[in-house]
Design a protein around this ligand. Structure first.
Ligand code: ADP
Ligand code: TRP
Length: 343
């Protein structure tokens, strides 16, 4: 019996920031370490998804490779045979299955996807591509090709899991059991014990989440930031004039965010950190502690990144991409036969 598959993709459009690191990268690596053995873990960079919104194509390949290195620097075990690491576009079945699935997907149902509506609202009409519209179908192909049951994603992607189930079910009903469906979002949450709560906020505007879409970059700590410059960003983080440190996201969003970041870097609970600083009148100590932690973390992380064994990474990609091509092509062949493309 093959092992049940856990699968997820992390987009590589920009350098990642500490929100992505604590909110996505570390949980993924912990998950991979925890479940390898009983499960097969598929981690991939959805490079074809990268330019559903405009990107600098001259940097895309480099960015993809950089983000793969980030996985390794953050602790992804490359020597585990249950962990597969690959690039979407290196497995052509993703594109081929997408074209087939397209013809079983309604124009109306794609138009209702919240992410499409949100993203297209921020782009000019002529920049909204068919690729963006088709984003969820490609994502469905990513999942269905490998019979993935568990797909850890952020809340904003739940609708895409549901549409994957709908498409898979629709095709199974018409052609017989071709696809294993991913579990429902509710079951996924139960399986991963999902704590969707973590949202590091922007340092300049702590009412917003830290996000790479913030163009100034002043409120974001990127993993590639110069450690000293990142410490400065912390020192100039927006706070308030209440002169009392309290964990209160409504009244003191900036201070609460710093406490949260402090907790994540120190490995202590948020409660412990908040208690330690409670009611202190000066914000300087807290900022200094966090700035030092961020500086030390980045220096250490960047050393690890420099030391990533590139040949081991390339070897892993090659092994995984060969193995995944085989799995994906087997699923694709069944679908091609069912829809009448093969005899
Ligand atoms: P961004 O907003 O920077 O574009 P994405 O939407 O691409 O980030 O999210 C990539 C992953 O990182 C998702 O799993 C998301 O939940 C996580 N993530 C993004 N921003 C944060 C944040 N500020 N705090 C915690 N997790 C985050
Ligand atoms: N859409 C996901 C995101 O933006 C990335 C992604 C692409 C993905 N294909 C996937 C996640 C398949 C899980 C499974 O975060």
């Amino acid at each position: 019996m093959s092992k049940p598959v856990i699968l997820t993709g992390l987009r590589a459009n920009n350098d990642l920031h500490i929100g992505n690191y604590f909110g996505a990268l570390l949980p993924l690596i912990d998950m991979a370490k925890k479940h390898a053995g009983k499960y097969q873990i598929n981690l991939f960079v959805p490079d074809l998804h990268s330019f559903t919104t405009p990107v600098d194509h001259s940097k895309l390949y480099e960015q993809t490779m950089h983000n793969l290195k980030l996985f390794v620097a953050a602790g992804l075990p490359l020597d585990n045979p249950d962990v597969h690491l690959y690039r979407q576009s290196f497995i052509s079945a993703h594109s081929e299955l997408t074209l087939i699935l397209n013809c079983f997907t309604g124009f109306g149902e794609m138009s209702r996807m919240t992410q499409f509506k949100d993203k297209s609202a921020t782009l000019g009409d002529d920049r909204v591509s068919v690729g963006l519209f088709d984003y969820p179908v490609l994502m469905a192909a990513d999942i269905l090709l490998y019979s993935a049951e568990y797909v850890p994603v952020g809340d904003d992607q739940s609708q895409h899991i549901e549409i994957t189930r709908d498409l898979g079910m629709r095709i199974n009903n018409q052609f017989g059991e071709l696809f294993t469906l991913p579990r429902t979002v509710k079951e996924q949450h139960k399986f991963f014990g999902k704590d969707q709560g973590l949202r590091i906020k922007d340092l300049v505007d702590p009412t917003k989440k830290m996000s790479k879409s913030d163009e100034s970059g002043r409120g974001i700590v990127f993993l590639g930031d110069d450690p000293k410059a990142a410490a400065k960003k912390i020192m100039s983080a927006t706070t308030d004039s209440l002169s009392s440190v309290n964990l209160d996201y409504k009244k003191q969003p900036g201070i609460s965010n710093l406490l949260q970041i402090h907790a994540l870097f120190s490995g202590e609970s948020l409660e412990t950190v908040a208690k330690h600083h409670k009611n202190k009148a000066s914000y300087g100590d807290l900022k200094k502690e966090v700035a030092e932690e961020v500086e030390a973390f980045l220096a250490d992380f960047q050393t690890k990144l420099k030391n990533v064994d590139e040949s081991a990474l390339m070897a892993k990609l090659e092994t995984s991409e060969n193995a995944m091509n085989e799995v994906a092509n087997t699923t694709l062949a069944k679908v091609q036969k069912a829809v009448g493309l093969r005899g």
